[in-house]
Design a protein around this ligand. Sequence first.
Ligand SMILES: [Zn+2]
Length: 263
Amino acid sequence: MSTTPGPGRRPGARGPLVLMYHGIGSRPAERDPYNLFVPPEGLERQLTTLVERGWTPLTLDRYLNGDVPRRSVLVTFDDGYRSMLDEGLPLLRRLRVPATVFVLPGLLDGTSRWMARMPDEPLLDAAGVRELARAGLDVECHGWDHSDLVRTDPEGLDRNVAGAAEALADLLGRRPRAYAYPYGTHDARARRAVAAAGFQVAFSVHEGDGRYAVPRVDVNSTDTGATFRLKTSRAYPALRRVSGAVPKLRPALHAVLGSARRS
Ligand SMILES: [Zn+2]
């Protein structure tokens, strides 16, 4: 296996920072019980701050090629919500920030039905997915229908990895290169399937394991300037690990990270 300086770095190593967003848009709290939607003005502030602090936002090509300055960041969006087209694309274009969007070819023009408390959020249709790709965003794979790869049977695993890759290749005219595990969950079987399907990198959430489980930092609607700054600091992965290993420290970290819960 090659050792590019980009993907495959262990958490806390000096590889690129990978941010995980979901939706873009303003939602009342009751319509966004999982805090997934970051308002456009909040996203603009966060991305502008990063660039002003000297971070270089990466295209997926650049990330995969390991063409990465020391402070570089891959901005990713999971699930492929329709608001990505209406609210996300104009903003990202204006800011000239490249982004990678992970979509679900089995749920095109569908809704977020895998979430019990938010089953009706509209997802992109095929035309919308193509439009994002045509506009220069990197459109990649988040599985077929958001099944948890660790819990699915062999046919489900095949459908959500190789099948989803085929469907995206048909839709976009090129093979997807990056995979984001639904729920961030993965095991050796899932990682092997993703590698066998020809993906070059796969992203988890907090738990890393080589280039087929590169950890990402979750950004959500409860983040403030202070929590975003902490989450994008080099100390954050270590802080998270320490707070996981030493339960007594958790309230301290949560006091910082949780102080932004919106009303
Ligand atoms: Zn997802």
